[in-house]
Design a protein around this ligand. Structure first.
Ligand code: A2P
Length: 309
C-alpha cells in the first residue's frame, strides 16, 4: 500500500503524486491515464497556469479510476486573487470535476489581471505587473470561503516562506494544509520545513529531481547510496523526501519513468536507513546550486537563500 499523510483537517493525501508542470497537453493525457491505470498513482498535481488542465481531466476520465479514489490538486493563478471562486470554477470546468481535493494559492504574489499573464512576455524592464496594495489574507479569506462551501476538501499555499506565513496565520481561521515548495537534495529547506511541521502544515516537494537537465541525478553521494541498495539515483532522491514525511511530486511524461519513479520511490522509502537520511541531509550544505526555479516577480518573498532577496 502506498504511504499517505494525514492533513491538518483529517483528509488523507497520497504521499507520492504525479507532477504536471511543463507536461505538454498532448502528452499529459497519456501520462495521467497511464499513471493511474497502469502504475497505481492516486494523486495528480496540476495548476491552471500549466495550461493543461483540460488534458489532465481527460487523462483522469480515460483511466477509468473512480474519482473518489484520486487526489487532485490545482492552484489559483496570481492574476486571479480578486476572484478565487470564479478561478476555481474555471479549473473545475477545465478538469471536468465537481470538486478538488486540494486548492493552493500558487504564489503569494498578486499580479494585475489586466497587465500580465504567464504567456505574455514580461515588460522591457523585466518586471511583471505586481499589485502592491494587497495582503495575502484577502486571498486566503476567499480560499476559506470555497473550502467552507465544500468545493475543495482542503486548502493550502505554495511558494510561501516563513515570513509570508507569519503574515497569513494570525488572520487564518483555516490553517493551510500544505505549503508546496521547491524541495530536493540540494534545496532541502530544513528550517522552513521544520517550521511548517510545527504549525501542522505539510511540506510538498515540487521539482524533487531538480527539474529539467538537473545535476541531482548525477550526485555522487546519492548515487553511492543508490548503488548500495540496488536502487536508481532518482529513487533515492524521491525516497529521501518521503522519508522526511513530505509529499513528493515528480513530473514525467515518459511511461517508463512514471512507473520507475513510483516503484522506486516506494522501494527507497522502505529501504533507506536512518544513516542514509542523515548523510543526505548534509549534502545541501556542500555549496551546490540550491534552486533551479527562479520566479521573475520583483517581490521579496522572504526566502533567505534566494539570490537578490
Ligand atoms: P520527462 O517528463 O521527459 O520524462 P522534476 O520532477 O524535478 O521537475 O523533474 C522532471 C524532469 O525530470 C523532466 O524533465 C522529466 O522528463 C525528468 N525525469 C523524470 N523522472 C526521471 C527519471 N526517473 N530519470 C531521469 N529523468 C527523469
Amino acid at each position: 500500500d502506498q504511504p499517505k499523510i494525514k492533513l491538518n483537517n483529517g483528509v488523507e493525501i497520497p504521499a507520492l503524486g504525479l507532477g504536471t508542470w511543463q507536461s505538454k497537453p498532448e502528452e499529459v493525457i497519456h501520462a495521467v491515464e497511464y499513471s493511474l491505470k497502469e502504475v497505481g498513482y492516486r494523486h495528480i498535481d496540476c495548476a491552471w497556469a500549466y495550461a493543461n488542465e483540460k488534458e489532465v481531466g481527460e487523462g483522469i476520465r480515460r483511466s477509468g479510476v473512480p474519482r473518489e479514489e484520486i487526489f487532485v490538486t490545482s492552484k489559483l493563478w496570481s492574476t486571479r486573487h480578486n476572484n478565487v471562486e470564479k478561478a476555481l470554477d474555471e479549473s473545475l470546468a477545465n478538469l471536468g470535476l465537481e470538486y478538488l481535493d486540494l486548492y493552493l494559492v500558487h504564489w503569494p504574489v498578486h499580479l494585475n489581471p489586466d497587465g500580465n499573464h504567464p504567456n505574455i512576455p514580461t515588460k522591457p524592464d523585466g518586471t511583471r505587473d505586481v499589485v502592491e496594495d494587497w495582503h495575502i489574507r484577502q486571498t486566503w479569506e476567499q480560499m476559506e470561503a470555497v473550502y467552507k462551501k465544500g468545493k475543495v476538501r482542503a486548502i493550502g499555499v505554495s511558494n510561501c516562506s516563513e515570513k509570508i506565513l507569519e503574515q497569513l496565520l494570525p488572520h487564518a481561521t483555516v490553517v493551510p494544509a500544505v505549503d508546496q515548495l521547491e524541495i530536493h537534495l540540494y534545496n532541502p529547506q530544513h528550517e522552513l520545513c521544520a517550521y511548517l511541521q510545527s504549525k501542522g502544515i505539510v511540506p510538498q516537494a515540487y521539482s524533487p529531481l531538480g527539474s529539467t537537465g538537473s545535476p541531482l541525478l548525477q550526485d555522487e553521494r546519492a548515487s553511492a547510496i543508490a548503488q548500495r541498495h540496488n536502487l536508481q539515483t532518482a529513487d533515492v532522491l524521491l525516497g529521501y523526501i518521503l522519508a522526511k514525511g513530505y509529499v513528493v511530486l515528480p513530473k514525467s511524461v515518459t511511461p517508463s519513468r512514471i512507473a520507475a519513479n513510483f516503484k522506486g520511490a516506494l522501494a527507497a522509502h522502505k529501504t533507506l536507513t536512518k544513516e542514509d537520511i542523515e548523510q543526505l541531509d548534509k549534502v545541501a550544505a556542500a555549496g551546490k546550486q540550491k534552486r533551479f526555479i527562479m520566479p521573475p516577480w520583483p517581490v521579496d518573498l522572504g526566502f533567505r537563500d534566494w539570490p537578490g532577496h
